[in-house]
Design a protein around this ligand. Structure first.
Ligand code: FAD
Ligand code: FES
Length: 372
C-alpha cells in the first residue's frame, strides 16, 4: 500500500525563526540588468484609482531582481518620450512576467496613460532593475513593512516572494489608506498571511466608514506601539507619501527605534538634495569639455551645470527621470575625469567604485570622458 499524501509534516523548529532571512539566497539568481521592450499582457483594475499592469519581455527570457526594486519605463505619449519609475510588484520567483501596480495621479501623463490608454499588446521600453530598498539587502529574522497608499508596492513583491519561497521570516505589515475602498490587494494579502504563519497584516484607514471595524486614524507613536509592540527588534521598511513617511519616522524614533534599522523610499520628488561643494572654477573661466565616447560627440559644460544639462543641451538623448539623483535612471559610466556628485540614494557605493555616476546630480571637476 502506498503512503497517503501529503504525509504528516513536522512543524518548523522555532529556532529557525531566529536565523536571518536570506530571502531566496541560493534559490533565486542574483539581479541582472535588463534593457529592452516589454509588451502588455493585461491591465487589471485593483481599486477605483489603482491598476495592475502585467508585462512580458518582447524578446523572451527571464528577469532577475530583488523584491523592492524598480524599473524605469518609457512610453511615447502625445509625441513626447515620458520616463517614470515603477516598483516591480510581482515577486522574482515568477521571473517571466512582471507586474507594476500604478495609482492614477490627477493630470499625470504616465499614470493616466497606463490607466486609460495602454492596451494588451502595446509595447513600452524598460530598464532596470534599480534600487536597494529591499529586505534582501538587510537580512533579519523579523521585519516591519510600513506603507501608505501606493507605497504598498514593495511590500507586495516582498510578501509574494516570502510566500512563494515558504520563507520562515517573521513579518508585520502595517498599511495606511485613506478609506476602506483605497486598500490595495487586501484579499490577496490576507489569504497570504493566513497561509503563511510568520506574516501578520494590519490595515489602518484614516477616514473610516460605518463598515470599518479595524484600526483607524493617522500614523502616530501610540498607534504604532499598539500595532507593533516589538517594533525596536524589527528591521523597518517604509514607503508612502512624504507626510506619512515623516510621521512614521517620527513615531519610530519616539518609540526608541535604532536609526540603522530604518529604511525608506519615496515615490514623490522632494526638494533637490542640499549641499555639495560649490562648483569648481576653471582658472581660465572656460567651460569643461565632455567627450561622449560612444556617440563620438564633444560638448561643453559650464562649471555650475550638471552633466545631464550639458548632454541634453547638446541634443543627445540620455534617459532620465527624477533629475535629483534618486531614481538611478541616468546612471552612466565615467571613463575618465572627476565629478562632484550630490546624489539622493540612486546609486550604490559599489557602483561608484566600479566607475558609475549619475549625470543629473554631477558637476564636472575637470574635463570628462563618458561612455554615452
Ligand atoms: C523609485 C520609484 C518607484 C515608484 N514606484 C511606483 C509604484 O510602484 N506605483 C506608483 O503608482 N507610482 C510609483 N512611482 C511614481 C511614478 O514614477 C510616477 O511618478 C507616478 O506614476 C506619476 O507619474 P505621472 O507621469 O502620471 O505624473 P507626474 O507628472 O510624474 O506627477 C504628478 C504629481 O504627482 C506626484 N506623484 C507621483 N507619484 C505619486 C503617487 N504615487 N501618489 C501621489 N502623488 C504622486 C508627483 O510628485 C507630481 O507632483 C515611483 C517613483 C519612484 C521614484
Ligand atoms: S534621473 Fe534620476 S538619478 Fe538621474
Amino acid at each position: 500500500m502506498t503512503e497517503p499524501w501529503p504525509v504528516e509534516v513536522a512543524p518548523l523548529p522555532p529556532a529557525l525563526y531566529a536565523v536571518p532571512s536570506p530571502l531566496g539566497a541560493g534559490i533565486l539568481p542574483e539581479e541582472r540588468p535588463f534593457e529592452g521592450e516589454l509588451r502588455c499582457r493585461r491591465v487589471r483594475r485593483v481599486t477605483h484609482d489603482v491598476v495592475e499592469v502585467t508585462l512580458e519581455p518582447v524578446s523572451g527570457g527571464a528577469f532577475a531582481f530583488a523584491p523592492g526594486q524598480y524599473l524605469t519605463l518609457r512610453a511615447s505619449i502625445e509625441g513626447e518620450q515620458v520616463e517614470r519609475c515603477y516598483t516591480i510588484s510581482s515577486p522574482p520567483t515568477r521571473p517571466h512576467l512582471l507586474t507594476i501596480t500604478v495609482k492614477g495621479v490627477p493630470d499625470g501623463p504616465m499614470s493616466g496613460w497606463l490607466h486609460d490608454r495602454l492596451a494588451v499588446g502595446d509595447r513600452l521600453w524598460a530598464s532596470g532593475p534599480m534600487g536597494g530598498f529591499s529586505v534582501r539587502e538587510h537580512p533579519s529574522s523579523s521585519y516591519l513593512l510600513l506603507s501608505g497608499g501606493s507605497g504598498i508596492t514593495p511590500t507586495l513583491s516582498t510578501l509574494r516572494t516570502l510566500a512563494d519561497l515558504a520563507e520562515p521570516a517573521d513579518v508585520v505589515v502595517v498599511h495606511h489608506a485613506r478609506t476602506p475602498a483605497d486598500l490595495i490587494e487586501r484579499a490577496e494579502l490576507e489569504a497570504l498571511a493566513a497561509a503563511h504563519g510568520g506574516v501578520r497584516v494590519a490595515w489602518v484607514v484614516d477616514q473610516p466608514d460605518a463598515s470599518w471595524h479595524g484600526p483607524a486614524g493617522l500614523m502616530s507613536p501610540a498607534q504604532l506601539a499598539e500595532l507593533v509592540p516589538d517594533l525596536c527588534q524589527r528591521e523597518v521598511f517604509c514607503c508612502g507619501p512624504a507626510g506619512y513617511m515623516g510621521a512614521a519616522r517620527a513615531a519610530f524614533e519616539a518609540l526608541g527605534g535604532e536609526p540603522g534599522r530604518w529604511h525608506e523610499e519615496s515615490f514623490v520628488l522632494t526638494d533637490p538634495p542640499a549641499g555639495g561643494a560649490p562648483a569648481a572654477e576653471r582658472a581660465d573661466g572656460a567651460a569643461y569639455r565632455i567627450r561622449l565616447q560612444r556617440s563620438g560627440r564633444d560638448l561643453e559644460c559650464a562649471p555650475d551645470a550638471t552633466v545631464l544639462d550639458a548632454v541634453k543641451a547638446a541634443g543627445v538623448r540620455l534617459p532620465s527621470s527624477c533629475a535629483q539623483g534618486m531614481c538611478g535612471t541616468c546612471k552612466s559610466t565615467l571613463v575618465s575625469g572627476e565629478v562632484d556628485m550630490n546624489h539622493a540614494g540612486g546609486i550604490r557605493p559599489r557602483e561608484v567604485a566600479a566607475g558609475k555616476f549619475l549625470p543629473c546630480c554631477s558637476k564636472p571637476l575637470g574635463d570628462l570622458v563618458i561612455d554615452i
